[in-house]
Design a protein around this ligand. Structure first.
Ligand code: ZN
Ligand code: ZN
Length: 243
């Protein structure tokens, strides 16, 4: 796994599929996203590699229920002293009481549907107890107060976290930044709402943007997000004729 320092308080943890982020406060550590099932050991190693201690991890904060971002939560929660934060409408899926609903690709461009067929499928996220079920606009206790910003579309309860004190924005899969292209995320349950959410998120003041997939933007992130969100296809490659 690659570990990249973005700010003294913030590291990006890059897995084979997807990314999580480690935030360091004086009171302890917060993980934003948990990687896929089985990621716990690599995350512990990453925490040690940046000079912190896995025993100082206080919480795992989930942007949405997908297996590449919530799959490691059960293993990490079992370390002890780690609380799991998830949106209250996602809690049943995270706890394993309801199946994770699939994306809706009927109005996705051809290239996205082809990509969906080609990506390796990950194991489902093992169930985990949700210690704190947050709602839209709630403020979570890290990074000087992390505001939960509703970003529906990728999933109905996808949530971004905005740290105004640091100008940091965690976007989950609402927005991606792959191959030099800042764009609305793929494999959405509601593409139109995802495009709307991208525009909303781009209006938040951010210097640093952290994506579930792709390079983080460090410096003037808002400007890049706005330009992409306001472009015709949310920064995605031009819409192709549907087959
Ligand atoms: Zn993802
Ligand atoms: Zn996702």
């Amino acid at each position: 796994m690659d570990v990249v320092e973005l700010l003294p308080e913030l590291h990006l943890l890059r897995f084979e599929v997807g990314q999580a982020y480690l935030w360091r406060d004086a009171e302890g550590l917060t993980l934003i996203g948990s990687g896929a099932a089985g990621a716990g050991g690599a995350i512990a190693d990453a925490i040690l590699s940046v000079g912190s201690n896995p025993a100082d991890l206080r919480r795992v904060v989930l942007t949405h229920f997908h297996e590449d971002h919530a799959g490691g939560a059960a293993e990490i929660a079992a370390w002890g002293g780690v609380e799991v934060f998830a949106h209250h409408r996602d809690a049943r899926v995270i706890r394993g009481e309801s199946p994770a609903p699939p994306p809706v690709l009927s109005d996705a461009p051809e290239w996205e549907r082809a990509l969906f067929e080609s990506v390796p499928k990950l194991p489902p996220a093992p169930p985990v107890a949700v210690d704190h079920a947050f709602g839209d606009h709630d403020v979570l206790p890290f990074g000087g107060g992390a505001r939960a910003v509703a970003a529906p579309g990728h999933t109905p309860s996808s949530t971004a976290f905005h740290l105004p004190a640091f100008g940091v924005l965690f976007l989950g899969d609402a927005v991606a930044n792959v191959e030099g292209r800042t764009m609305v995320g793929v494999f959405n349950m509601d593409r139109a709402r995802a495009l709307e959410s991208f525009r909303t998120l781009s209006r938040l003041d951010s210097e640093v943007a952290c994506f579930g997939h792709g390079e983080a933007i460090v410096g003037s992130a808002s400007a890049t997000l706005r330009a992409a969100a306001d472009s015709r296809y949310g920064g995605q490659p031009e819409w192709q004729a549907r087959g």
